[in-house]
Design a protein around this ligand. Sequence first.
Ligand SMILES: Nc1ncnc2c1ncn2[C@@H]1O[C@H](COP(=O)(O)OP(=O)(O)OP(=O)(O)O)[C@@H](O)[C@H]1O
Ligand SMILES: [Mg+2]
Length: 245
Amino acid sequence: MPHLAVNDIHAKYGKLEVLHGIDFDVDRGEVVSLVGPSGSGKSTVLRALVGLTPVTSGSIEVDGTRIDYSAPRAVRAARDRMAIVFQQYNLFQNMNVLRNVTLAPTKVKGRNRKEVEAEGMELLKLVGMDHKAKAFPDELSGGQQQRVAIARALALRPEILLLDEVTSALDPELVNEVLDAIRRLASEGMTMLIVSHEMSFVREVSSKVVFMDNGQVVEAGDPSAIFDGPKSDRARDFFGKVLRG
Ligand SMILES: Nc1ncnc2c1ncn2[C@@H]1O[C@H](COP(=O)(O)OP(=O)(O)OP(=O)(O)O)[C@@H](O)[C@H]1O
Ligand SMILES: [Mg+2]
């Protein structure tokens, strides 16, 4: 049974349908990447998974159980199981790094602060930010802040991590430190669904690549099949442009 199954989901913004039936699975411990042109619906898929954009038909299953997004309690449970990190990391500016990481587990989940802090330090170590635990966000580079944002998402102990272009707001020299943190998570067996324009990274870290265009999955498969031998004209055209040079 897949860890996450996305079955023929449709989604709308107002009257405009932007997802026209998306299907893919993510197995436990697998890293799946969504790629495709701007506006193809990648972020909408991630938003739908955490109930930020309503799904009008189709289903999303975690461990074989369908999530009922009409029930607030089920949406909360889905958000406990899947954490999303956006391009804009939005750390709490008035709190130090460790407090950013421990706030939700202590305040929202009511967990023991000492225990959460110990775990928070481990997560900061995982993303290479433990040395800045006492620093404030405005004392950090963009890449460092993004790594803290990833640790913050992990502090809620999600089973599946959703990453939406977490490197695209960063200066090029800061991209690698964030990619390293994601690599480390992958090697620890974290199930991840990644949206990224970093094609060489996608190729290296993903077990499956889902190419989307215009609210549909055009083709999906292992990275070498998708990158080296795309079957559709649309994917050939897209990869021809993004992989050139
Ligand atoms: N809040 C919104 N209201 C209305 N339409 C939206 C909204 N957000 C996205 N859309 C539309 O939905 C479609 C899919 O957008 P989405 O953000 O999912 O694309 P994307 O693949 O993530 O693109 P990008 O690579 O630029 O981030 C686009 O046509 C977009 O214009
Ligand atoms: Mg997007």
